[in-house]
Design a protein around this ligand. Sequence first.
Ligand code: MCU
Length: 388
Amino acid sequence: MPQLQLLPLLLLLLLLQALALALPSQIPTRSTTRLPNPFIFADGRTVATAAEWTCRQQEILYIFEQYELGDLPPASDSLTASLSNTTLSISVTAAGRSATFTVAIRRGSGSGSGPSPAIIAMGNALVPFDSRISLLTFNNSAFAAQNGSGSRGEGIFYNIFGSGHSAGALTAWAWGVSRIIDALEKLGPQASGIDATRLGVTGCSRNGKGAFVAGALDRRIALTIPQESGAGGSASWRISDRLKAGGANIQTADQIVGENVWFSTRFNSHVHAITSTPYDHHFLAGLVAPRGLYIPENSIDWLGPVSMTGAMRAARHIYTALGVSENMGFSLVGGHGHCQFPSSQNAEIAQFIDYFLLGGTTKPRVIDRSDVTVDLDQWVDWTAPTLS
Ligand code: MCU
């Protein structure tokens, strides 16, 4: 019967179509020496509403995966979580392989007898926060090594997905943080003692890049606190390249891909052509928006103070467009050691923690503070729409 012979072909076509829909579309390069306009889709359409911004965020996620982060795998096929007072143990099965990892818990007092909010720390939490909040310490370097350029593909993530997986360490860590949240959700607030709707993520320096990416990739995180993340975090690849050309001692994309394995090897082919990429790191903050984002920075040249200030001021346009400028705080204060959070920022971070984690009702005041100046007109030739 001819119909029967056509059936396998038809099924194959349906399968191919489903695969095409599931795969991220390839976002073309786009040449611009300035910071790209986040409010324009790759096909040229303008983002006019908050709902369209959510679609644009999906496209921006694909851009990050395609250009620098590598693929973020979907949630694990199965996950079990068990708990002692101070250790959360998580077993995952994905891509046909299983692994177990643990997260150390320092219990916060919570508010009365209920579950407490929590901060997930990449490596270490080096910012001050209220004793009501629990601290979950994620050993990110064991999950995906960051031990120089020779450590690619090492760690629990790659034991699961294979050492050749496209994800760089930042993406691998983000996947791990998402599984911690899955585990908390699975246990539930009574059993875990943690309120998974009030979670923050933090980390400093290389782990600050990780905290930024984790906050960008999982919308369940209420507050992201990337501390002194510099290049690959709050700095702009374009601005840093320009400053480097002017003689600054600043970390650039070209340097970073040789130093360590934070990014996908996909990034290697773009680091000499950053002005042809359709994004820059103001888009990373745009993935976090409208959720809470407090970015404490330092004036160390290597981090790129002017680059970070420029990129995050550009990012503020996104928060402003969404009508929540106060949800993003940028504060660059120098005169202290790397990752030594200065007390002059205590009141700032406290506002964010109170509002986003402790359920306080006073919105943070808008924080846009920097020891350095940047000529934003040189970098931004677009304006923020009002996204209705
Ligand atoms: C700011 O983060 C990094 C930086 O990207 C590296 O170039 C440098 O080697 O280490 C910094 C860091 O993680 O310091 C603890």
